[in-house]
Design a protein around this ligand. Structure first.
Ligand SMILES: [Zn+2]
Length: 413
């Protein structure tokens, strides 16, 4: 074998020894002990043999996904899990989802997440999702809004269900606007949930006034469209075109793929050059195609070093305050996503990790910033004493509290 061939051979061996990684990400799964579950959390009360196997064969710990000073939202949390350090470069949720929808933002554009929401006759925000509005209804309404209000300064874009986008075009606008996250604002009069300028600039004040007027006109317009529970638009988390390092730069020479139903997760992947895999029937809710996600993950790992498998259902059940559905979603996730992937790849050199992006306690119906439980197993990962995956057990784990790139570096060493 000549030198060049030997070198190539060595590289191939080195690459094979690098191993691959899978993160299973059940959105909002972590919770609190509940009286009706005799002091157990939903995760502890449900039988989850596959996630428990990851804890038993490896090490557990906790991970800080929602750093202080940033929104307590899934985009920040999932950026943290992927080692993207949102405390250094969080672009806002609007731009992330715009990337997912292939909307190219110009330098002066500001993208906003724009929910369709329900406001009661008394002026109370009662549903951040307009009753989990169907994709077809949402698409119809967003298209009507675009026809009515779209111009050189405003464009509406349909995403998935209630998760839509509004882009403001022009230097007259600013992203320096404080907002209320709709899924954390249930039961509050919208008169107390107004947008406010986040700095003293004329642009920020103008943007607030412009959007207040647009929201009012959109509500009047929707009321005349038999729009069901979609009574208002709700712009939040604005930002400009993101500038994030690529996955292949953060983890040199490695490739990654994302499997998710929701734009915000696909958008993060797209911003950093990961492959986005669309799974038919992935809905972002409890009726999602769990098994299809598992099959897609197994296949993706043939051609990628890393796969991120995100399931949204638990978070939606938490916001709805539905414990029974959340427990069903946890059981389905374990049995139909985690178990088949572990089984199919049991002879491969793969590091597996499972962690939620943030807690979303059903009693609170919103996210909290408590570090999440994490379990990791695979080649090179020590085995600690923890035998099952749970919020309580993870606190005894050998990994301790992890931050920033520590988890991803362990998975893709
Ligand atoms: Zn989340």
């Amino acid at each position: 074998m000549n030198l060049e061939r030997l070198f190539e051979h060595g590289l191939i061996i080195e690459r094979e020894n690098m191993g691959k990684g899978v993160i299973f990400l059940p959105d909002g799964m972590a919770d609190l002990p509940l009286k009706e579950l005799e002091g157990k959390t939903p995760l502890e009360a449900v039988d989850t043999p596959a996630m428990d196997a990851i804890a038993a064969r490896g090490s557990s710990g906790t991970f800080l996904t929602l750093p202080e000073g940033l929104p307590t939202s899934s985009d920040v949390a999932n950026m943290s899990v992927l080692g993207l350090c949102p405390e250094d470069n969080y672009p806002g949720r609007g731009p992330i989802e715009a990337a997912s929808q292939n909307i190219i933002l110009k330098n002066d554009d500001i993208a906003w997440r724009c929910n369709l929401v329900t406001v009661s006759a008394e002026g109370i925000l009662t549903d951040y999702s307009a009753g989990q509005i169907s994709d077809a209804d949402s698409k119809r309404l967003m298209s009507l809004l675009q026809d009515e209000f779209g111009d050189e300064r405003i464009s509406f874009h349909h995403g998935v269900s209630y998760r839509n986008l509004l882009v403001l075009h022009g230097r007259e606008f600013s992203a320096r606007v404080d907002y209320h996250k709709p899924d954390s604002s249930h039961g509050i009069p919208i008169s107390k949930l107004g947008l406010t300028p986040a700095d003293d600039s004329a642009e920020a004040a103008h943007t607030v006034a412009f959007l207040n007027d647009l929201m009012k006109r959109a509500a009047d317009f929707l009321a005349a469209q038999s729009s069901g529970q979609a009574t208002h638009i709700w712009p939040w988390s604005p930002g400009q075109k993101p500038t994030l390092a690529l996955f292949s730069e953060l983890y040199p020479g490695r490739t990654g793929a994302v499997i998710s139903a929701v734009d915000v997760i696909k958008g993060i992947g797209k911003c950093i050059g990961m492959t986005i895999i669309d799974v038919p029937g992935a809905t972002g809710y409890i009726d999602t195609n769990y098994r299809g996600k598992a099959d897609a993950a197994i296949k993706a790992l043939e051609t990628h070093d890393f796969v991120y498998v995100h399931v949204e259902a638990m978070d939606e059940c938490s916001h709805a305050g539905d414990l029974k559905l959340k427990m069903q979603a946890i059981a389905d996730f374990d049995r139909l996503v985690v178990a088949p992937v572990l089984e199919a790849l049991k002879h491969e050199t793969v590091v597996f990790a499972v962690l939620p992006d943030h807690p979303a306690p059903v009693e609170l119906r919103q996210h909290t910033t408590v570090p999440v439980p994490v379990a990791v197993c695979g080649p090179g990962i020590p085995v600690d004493e923890v035998r099952c995956f749970s919020e309580t057990e993870a606190l005894r784990g050998g990994l301790g509290l992890m931050k920033r790139m520590e988890l991803m570096r362990m998975i893709l060493k």
